[in-house]
Every structure is written in structure tokens, then in C-alpha cells.
Design a protein around this ligand. Structure first.
Ligand code: ATP
Length: 454
């Protein structure tokens, strides 16, 4: 059984320190969230899994970490200034604003009035003054996607790594969109993180690679614990494609509020590299677009024969990290009826994603001998490199197990009187999912845990 309602997730996330409303003490900032002590671990673990799959486990992808602040011209030539907008409508009665394409039956979602303005485009980019003079002209943007810096740094990456096609550039980072109606918790927010790969290929090979990346990305989401009956592939109809896309697949997930996009996989053709390339006639190369007089760059690569310049096509798997966190939480959340009116809430997260890997629990609260042993074990485990290790000195073993089930801790180690009395010294290990318990010699703990987690 998965999460029944968004409220259950929101409540767990706040209570246990996964996700908080930003600027909470001043009433919040709409569409902006902060990740708490456990949320930052979960988010970092998901990022690390993506980076491992994209960069470390392949030999055709380089990494990049570009700035958020972006020269206005980048987003002018990328087409975002003209076209990165959503249709907005105002309710004349209650004065609220909405995305026109999210309105059902022509009625205001707030007050039900049908007296709405004609939809008009609303650009989603955040403008910001760069430098001390705010004259309205010298502004930059907070990037609306991480992708553009990958395109504008294309030649620097190629020149510094000597890559040949096909190859990719991967990046994880913040993006900003002034969404008209942020909603559904961290699903649609104004500040979020993306995990984007731009995979550069020879023109003509793009459609094959598009299929390849669709399959790879679905496989990866399964490895993060998402189940096949909650994932679907949606093929975007031609008339709904983004301005840069020839074809797009959306990986959709059954979130608590509905089936919605988790990741987009677009065939961006040579649209972006072409657009950012200085007047292409001058360079004698062909790409879809060639009007840029302001760029200084030829964003092209020499073909295998080292004679012909080609502007590669690009396939882009672009995943939302926050939506990923929401999806794995949705999937992992379970409430189990223990039969006696008690409910066990458990996050069945994959162990590599769990925020706390191991909890050490003393059988008796504040018992000197037991606590000394707990601390000794904890100090040893902290240095293992498996992630966070917690000591839970609540004294009530049942409660301690519940607390850790609720945040998805895969293993609990209990130190009891036998630990102190027996030789060789041993502890109990309890498994979150099977609830099975077994005794293990304390001396064997490091190798056991390393093997289990790494
Ligand atoms: P949507 O149609 O839901 O607005 P999109 O098609 O505009 O999304 P893309 O531009 O393809 O989204 O961005 C790639 C990914 O970035 C999305 O699949 C999503 O996971 C994430 N993303 C986009 N906008 C937001 C947002 N406002 N809040 C959280 N994640 C987002």
C-alpha cells in the first residue's frame, strides 16, 4: 500500500524533519521549501545515485557545475525570453490568477466564477539586477533550466576533454521558475533542482538515442524503488512540444495528487547549439538556426575525419530532483495495521536512499554499561563511510523501532545485557522490512555493514 494522501506525506515530512516551508516564521514563501536534517540526506542520496549512474558507471559522460546567474543573451538566443511562458488568466470576481490550461470547465478554481480574462502569456523567468546599477537594462536571469550552461560551455568541455560523439555532459543544480500557481507540496515549486543530461550525438542518430535514454531512465527509476504499475511513458503530442523539441517522452508517476511528469526526455535536435553559435554562414556549418550575431563561439565539433564541423543533435533526459524525492517518498510510505489497533508507519526506502543507515538502541535508557557500549559502537560505525548512524536513547525499545521505521532506517542495532555479559560480545540486528532479528558478534559489525550498504 502506498501513500493515500499528500497530507500524510506532508505531515510526516514536517514532523520528522524532511521538508519545511521556507521562511516559515514569517508565514512562508509560496512555492519554496527547505530540506531538513533527514530531507537533505534523502535528497543527497538520490543525487548521488543519479551521478553514479550517469558519470561514474559509464565512460561517455562528463560532469559540470555551472552558475545559476545567467547572462540575459543566453536566454534570449535559447528562445526562453520569447517563449518560456504559461498562459495566465485572472478571475475578475476574486482577483486570483491561474494557469489557464489548469482550469476545468471554464470556472475559477477559487470561487467558481466563470468571469475570467482571456489567457495571456506569462514569462516564468526570474529577472534580477546584476551589479550595483539597477537601470532596468542591466539584468540577468536565474536560470530556468540547468541545460543552457551545458550548451554554452560545450566547446570548453570538448576542448578540455577531447571528447568525440557520442558523449554527454551531466549537471545537477538549482533552477527557478516563477510558477503562476505553485502547488502539490514540492511537486510544483518556484525554486527546485534538476538532474539533467545533455547527450550529444550525430544528426540522424538522434531518434535511436532518444529511445535508448527513455529505456535507461525508466530502469533507473525502478532502481530507486518506483514500481512499474505507477510509472508510465507519455508521448507529448506535436502541438504541445516545447519550443526546442522535436519529440518528447515524459516519464509520469502516480503521485498522491495524480499521474504527472517526473522526468522529460526531449530530442532537442541542434536547436540550442545552433542558436548559440555565431552566424553559422561565417563558419560554413549548417544547423537549424543561424541568426546569432552576438555569440563569439562556434559550438560545433569536428567529425571523425577531423575535417567537417558538425553541430551535434542532443537528447536530454531532464529529471526533477524534488519530484524524485516526492515520488520515492510516495512509493515507500506504508501504514501497516498490526491488528491490535496499532498502526506501524514505515518508509520502505531502498537502503541506498535511507537518510539514516543504522540506529543504535540501548535496551535500557541511561544504563551506564549499556550506554558506554552504545557509544563505543557508534564511534566505530561513524567512520565506516556508510552514511548517518544515530544513537536512540529513548529507553523504550518499541518506540525507538517505530521512530526509525517511520523514517526508513534499514537496520537497528540493539545493545542489551547479553552484550555486556557474553563473550564474544554480540548485539541484535533488526531488519526494517522483514522485522527479523539476529545476533551478530560486535567485532563483525563493520564488515557486515560495509557489505550491506556499500
Ligand atoms: P511541467 O509540465 O510539469 O510544468 P515541464 O515540462 O515544464 O514541467 P521541463 O521543462 O521538462 O518541465 O523540466 C524538466 C523537469 O524539471 C520536469 O520533468 C520536472 O521534474 C522538473 N520541474 C520542472 N518544473 C518544476 C517545478 N516548477 N517544480 C518542481 N520541478 C519542476
Amino acid at each position: 500500500m502506498v501513500a493515500k494522501t499528500m497530507d500524510q506525506l506532508v505531515s510526516l515530512c514536517k514532523r520528522r524533519g524532511f521538508i519545511f516551508q521556507n521562511s516559515d516564521v514569517y508565514g512562508g514563501l509560496q512555492g519554496v521549501y527547505d530540506y531538513g536534517p533527514l530531507g537533505v540526506e534523502l535528497k543527497n542520496n538520490l543525487k548521488a545515485a543519479w551521478w553514479r549512474a550517469m558519470v561514474y558507471e559509464r565512460d561517455d559522460i562528463e560532469g559540470l557545475d555551472a552558475a545559476i546567474l545567467t547572462n540575459r543573451k543566453v536566454l534570449k538566443y535559447s528562445g526562453h525570453e520569447d517563449t518560456f511562458s504559461d498562459p495566465m488568466t485572472d478571475c475578475k470576481k476574486c482577483k486570483q490568477r491561474f494557469r489557464a490550461d489548469h482550469i476545468k470547465d471554464g470556472k475559477c478554481p477559487n470561487c467558481g466564477s466563470t468571469d475570467l480574462t482571456e489567457p495571456r502569456p506569462f514569462n516564468l523567468m526570474f529577472k534580477t539586477a546584476v551589479g550595483p546599477i539597477d537601470d532596468g537594462e542591466t539584468f540577468g536571469y536565474l536560470r530556468p533550466e540547468t541545460a543552457q550552461a551545458i550548451f554554452t560551455q560545450f566547446r570548453n568541455v570538448v576542448d578540455s576533454t577531447s571528447r568525440k560523439l557520442p558523449f554527454g555532459i551531466a549537471q545537477i543544480g538549482k533552477s527557478f521558475r516563477n510558477e503562476i500557481t505553485p502547488r502539490n507540496f514540492i511537486f510544483r515549486v518556484r525554486e527546485f533542482e534538476q538532474m539533467e543530461l545533455e547527450y550529444f550525438v550525430k544528426p540522424g542518430e538522434d531518434e535511436e538515442w532518444h529511445e535508448y535514454w527513455k529505456d535507461e531512465r525508466v530502469k533507473w527509476w525502478y532502481e530507486q524503488g518506483l514500481s512499474s504499475d505507477r510509472l508510465t511513458i507519455y508521448t507529448t503530442p506535436k502541438e504541445d512540444l516545447a519550443h526546442y523539441s522535436k519529440a518528447t517522452y515524459d516519464i509520469e508517476y502516480q503521485f498522491p495528487h495524480g499521474m504527472e511528469e517526473l522526468e522529460g526526455i526531449a530530442n532537442r535536435t541542434d536547436y540550442d547549439l545552433g542558436n548559440h553559435t555565431k552566424a553559422q554562414d561565417e563558419f560554413n556549418i549548417t544547423a537549424h538556426v543561424h541568426e546569432n550575431k552576438e555569440s563569439t563561439q562556434k559550438l560545433a565539433i569536428l567529425d571523425d575525419d577531423n575535417k567537417t564541423w558538425i553541430v551535434p543533435y542532443v537528447v536530454e533526459p531532464s529529471a526533477g530532483l524534488d519530484r524524485g524525492v516526492l515520488a520515492v517518498l510516495t512509493e515507500a510510505y506504508e501504514e501497516e495495521d498490526l491488528g491490535d489497533g496499532n498502526i506501524r508507519t514505515v518508509l520502505k526506502l531502498k537502503k541506498h536512499l535511507a537518510p539514516i543507515k543504522v540506529a543504535i538502541i540501548p535496551l535500557k535508557k541511561n544504563h551506564d554499561g549499556i550506554m558506554d557500549k552504545c557509544n563505543e559502537i557508534k564511534q566505530k560505525l561513524l567512520k565506516l563511510g556508510i552514511g548517518r548512524v544515530a544513537l536512540e536513547n529513548t529507553g523504550n525499545i518499541g518506540k525507538a523501532y517505530r521512530r526509525h521505521d517511520e523514517v526508513g532506517t534499514p537496520l537497528c542495532i540493539t545493545v542489551d545485557f547479553e552484550t555486556l555479559e557474553q563473550s564474544p560480545e554480540s548485539v541484535t540486528i533488526r531488519d526494517r522490512d522483514t522485522l527479523a532479528q539476529k545476533r551478530i558478534n560486535t567485532a563483525d559489525l563493520p564488515s557486515f555493514l560495509r557489505e550491506y550498504f556499500l
